[in-house]
Design a protein around this ligand. Structure first.
Ligand SMILES: [Zn+2]
Length: 461
């Protein structure tokens, strides 16, 4: 049956459903992981917990579709600053640091990123884990699954890899390469161990070779075979500045190459996509292939800003990602949501209008769910998962901004932690603190590991 929770008298409930419904002065009734009912003055009888919704706005949990959790421990490293370097220069400086990463770093950096995500309203996260060193072996995703379970987040793990050596044109150091065979076998192991595609699943696996520039084409071809045999999703970086190199190497653009191999379709999404031409966007829309837009790194790296209005109009499934902290520094998707909105607005005159702040909320919720292939999350509706966050409107920084809950997050911005974040009926963060773990202790341990393994052994800090 599951625990019954009654959220009572919420000031506003933004559902992101098909009708863009907003309930005022209403309740949410939850049983176990599931929303039973939303509406005013519900009288459920005996309940296990009542949560006071007065003066709170409630939103569907945000869904992050691109990240690299392991990079959380190389934040604020101005000696290796992405802002002042080209991407190949940055990769050359950052890889000596990544090579030191061990499984303790994977575990604590993942806890850090996921904790940050939860505290800022994100209830489902995808991570693109491609950091495999001689120290880590093939254990990283196992450690991340452990961390996700401890915190209570829904976790979709992207098992990444790089297989092409430098001598054949990649940017990878030798000791961070794997063979396609090792990669595929480990993906299979992870799928069999963790992939759960049932309703309200909290752990899924995505086959996610890191990037076409740093892999043999065989790695991609074998990934497709495996993913389709097990009915799991595929992901990679694409249209992020590699096209010239790919054209030189293979005589065609990267999307053409992907299309030829079959790395496209409803079960595929790409990170970034800022190099896509109009014709390529049309093809993505037709094939129902998604794009995860990551505004943080785009602005810090000075990359072209994608035209989300055009992408939405063309029908491309567009979602939102923080991306790795080495190129963003923040794992708050609330922060990325506002940055994305500001970036889109900057071009509104020359592009004939921008998307609305509410559009961005839907991009970060229901579109994220579609991207990950889920119809049980992303909106607040009867039968969907009770994944939500509450914002306390009795805060001075939100005073005078109560008129419009749908547009408030992207337009006005909420910079602090949520009042409450819930995943599948479980309160995982309350009044700015994670509830299932001792946050202070984890923070201290994580900082110690970061110092021992990375700060004291490299000159990056
Ligand atoms: Zn990335």
């Amino acid at each position: 049956m599951g625990k019954i929770i009654h959220i009572k008298n919420a000031k506003a409930i933004v559902t992101c459903d098909e009708n863009d419904s907003v309930y005022w002065d209403s309740d949410i009734l939850i049983r176990g992981q599931e929303i039973l009912e939303i509406g005013p003055n519900l009288e459920p009888g005996n309940v296990d917990e009542t949560i006071d919704g007065r003066d709170k706005y409630i939103y569907p949990g945000l869904i992050n579709t691109h990240h690299h959790f392991f990079q959380t421990f190389v934040r604020n490293t101005l000696k290796v600053d992405y802002v002042n370097m080209t991407v190949p220069e940055w990769l050359d400086r950052i890889y000596p640091v990544f090579q030191k990463i061990n499984n303790d770093v994977i575990y604590y950096s993942s806890l850090t990123a996921m904790g940050d995500l939860l505290k800022h309203g994100c209830t489902t996260a995808f991570d693109h884990q491609y950091c495999y060193t001689t120290e880590t072996g093939t254990e990283p995703v196992d450690r991340q699954m452990e961390a996700a379970e401890e915190l209570g987040i829904r976790y979709h793990a992207g098992r990444g890899t790089n297989t092409l050596p430098r001598s054949e044109g990649s940017t990878m150091p030798e000791n961070m390469l794997e063979t396609t065979d090792v990669f595929i076998k480990d993906c299979q192991r992870l799928i069999e161990k963790y992939h759960d595609n049932s309703k309200f699943s909290k752990s899924q696996i995505v086959v996610a070779p890191c990037q076409i520039m740093n892999c043999y084409l065989d790695t991609f071809k074998e990934s497709i075979k495996l993913a389709r045999a097990y009915d799991v999703r595929l992901h990679t970086h694409l249209g992020e500045g590699e096209n010239e190199i790919i054209k030189e190497r293979w005589g065609k653009r990267s999307l053409d190459l992907c299309e030829e191999m079959g790395f496209i379709g409803e079960d595929v999404w790409f990170a970034h996509g800022w190099e896509m031409t109009d014709d390529e966007l049309d093809r993505l829309a037709k094939m129902k292939t998604g794009i995860s837009h990551c505004p943080g790194p785009a602005i810090l790296g000075g990359f072209p800003i994608i035209d989300m209005k055009k992408m939405i109009e063309k029908g491309v499934v567009t979602s939102l990602g923080c991306d790795g902290s080495a190129t963003n520094d923040s794992s708050s998707l609330l922060d990325s949501l506002r940055i994305a909105f500001l970036m889109q607005s900057y071009f509104s005159k020359e592009r004939g209008g921008a998307i609305s702040p509410y559009d961005l909320l839907k991009i970060s919720t229901i579109n994220g769910a579609r991207t990950l292939g889920r119809n049980d999350i992303g909106t607040l509706e009867k039968g969907k998962a009770a994944d939500l966050f509450m914002i306390d409107m009795n805060n001075i920084e939100l005073t005078g901004m109560h008129h419009d809950p749908k547009n408030m997050l992207a337009r006005g911005g909420v910079t602090g932690a949520t009042y409450l974040t819930m995943v599948g009926g479980e309160v995982v963060s309350r009044e700015g603190r994670l509830t299932k773990v001792d946050e202070e202790e984890l923070s201290k341990k994580g900082e110690k590991i970061c110092t021992q393994v990375l700060r004291n052994t490299t000159d990056a800090f």
